[in-house]
Design a binder for this molecule. Structure first.
Ligand code: AMP
Ligand code: GLY
Length: 424
């Protein structure tokens, strides 16, 4: 089987690495990939959003299965396009991907089907949003751009002034482009977060092990929201009881709801959840693997991932067989200073080739390129250093020990990844 992985971040590097190790021994290629991925498999210089060229690549390369990493091509309809051309692809249709592509739609379908989530209002008019923010007394509240914003379009506001600033930046200054034309304002939820990621073909739901992301940029969960600064799996906050509650109250109903509303879902279903005193509440749905959760999950995954994704794309997920290492995994993201805002480009990373990688320690590349024999950072999140350990502290120490061997001026990472689980 020949597999094309679409994307070029740490998530795709982890997927490529794990797919390649599938017992069915698939041949793997990637587009566009990055310098780290290119060390493992052939990469093709086609952007993840250039759907026509990707379909052409899949045809020319005689690809048997395409696996899509990021949300943008899914929301733009890559699955519909490939299927129309008779190309097998793993992921949701454009109609089903709206679950991530439009937070207002996601909130509405959850309301219609009684899926537990924060109370909300949707606004498409600046003045109406401003008046509401001024008049409400329920602070803090959360202002979200309805469209895709790379995990950055969410602002927690402690008072009306902060809310006004967030609303104006999204609706007036278009900080997230058209993604902020409509906004969702929702109640602030208190609790610990977790990510539950499942494969589904619309009939069978195969729930993966739990994980936890670290959204804020800095230690102690300070600073702005990011795409994610680190992750670990499993997340002890998700007890067995909570896991089955989430399956029953969130995953099964949303898969059913989407089918019922004429948007049958196939692919990765990711529920970002807040474990509140009243039970789990959905913060967001994504229609692809989380990044960096995927890196931690891939480190622990056993079994034939290539076969499982192919079976899922064929509607035969019930035949798939995946299992998990008992050992926990930790991923620490190394980012360039300035992230999640603008970052410099062209900073060199020294020492990468001196770190000895193994099945217990992988440096997944999120944004690197080569310049001669040098490794150069080419984006905000640059590396996702991932380790497996006999316990969480051991995995964490292994990841940080690898990071400490790098010489990467102008970079930063959080030093407290795993603090919630370790503080229990
Ligand atoms: P989202 O992209 O909607 O998951 O939001 C990104 C992050 O913002 C979440 O992972 C939470 O840390 C935070 N967040 C989002 N919605 C809420 C909420 N209703 N209450 C508290 N925190 C939230
Ligand atoms: N790490 C969160 C996300 O991928 O959306």
């Amino acid at each position: 089987m020949k597999i094309l992985v679409v994307g070029g971040g740490g998530r795709e590097h982890a997927l490529v690495w794990r797919l390649k190790q599938s017992p069915s021994e698939p041949e793997v290629i990637c587009a566009p990939g990055n310098a780290g991925i290119a060390r493992e498999v052939p990469c093709f210089d086609v952007a993840a959003t250039d759907l026509e060229s990707l379909a052409e690549l899949a045809r020319k390369q005689k690809v048997d299965l395409t696996v899509v990493g990021p949300e943008a091509p899914l929301c733009a309809g890559i699955v519909d396009l490939f299927q129309a051309r008779g190309l097998k692809i793993f992921g949701p249709s454009k109609a089903a991907a709206l679950l991530e592509g439009d937070k207002a739609f996601a909130k509405e379908i959850m309301s219609r089907h009684s899926i537990p989530t924060a109370g909300h209002r949707t606004f498409s008019e600046l003045n109406a949003a401003l008046i509401w923010a001024r008049e409400t007394v329920d602070y803090p509240l959360v202002v979200k751009a309805a469209g895709l914003a790379a995990g950055k379009g969410v602002v927690i506001c402690r008072n009306p002034e902060e809310a006004e600033e967030a609303i104006r930046s999204m609706m007036e200054d278009q900080a997230f482009g058209s993604a902020g034309q409509r906004i969702v304002i929702e109640d602030f939820l208190v609790g610990e977060e977790a990510s539950i990621i499942a494969l589904t073909d619309g009939k069978t739901i195969l729930v993966m092990e739990s994980s936890q992301d670290h959204k804020r940029a800095f230690d102690g969960d300070e600073g702005p929201n990011t795409g994610g600064m680190g992750a670990y799996s499993p997340a002890p906050v998700v007890t067995e009881k909570l896991q089955s509650q989430i399956e029953r109250e969130v995953l099964v109903p949303i898969v059913h709801a989407l089918k019922h509303e004429g948007r049958p879902f196939s692919g990765v279903l990711y529920a970002g959840l807040m474990m509140t005193q009243k039970g789990p509440r959905v913060l967001e749905f994504n229609v692809r693997f989380g990044d960096p959760e995927c890196e931690a999950l891939m480190m622990r995954l056993r079994g034939d991932l290539a076969q499982a994704l192919a079976l899922c794309a064929e509607g035969r997920l019930d035949e798939a067989d995946l299992s998990w290492s008992e050992e926990p995994a930790v991923t620490v993201v190394v980012a360039q200073e300035g992230y999640p805002g603008a970052v410099g480009s062209g900073r060199p990373i020294w020492g990468l080739d001196e770190v000895e990688e193994s099945d217990d320690l992988r440096i997944f590349h999120a944004a690197t390129r080569r310049q001669g024999s040098d490794w150069i950072a080419s984006g905000g999140r640059v590396l996702a250093v991932t380790a497996l350990g006999t316990d969480l502290a051991g995995a964490r120490d292994k990841a940080y020990a690898a990071i400490d061997r790098l010489r990467f001026p102008g970079s930063f990472c959080r030093r407290d990844i795993g603090h919630r689980a370790l503080g229990r």
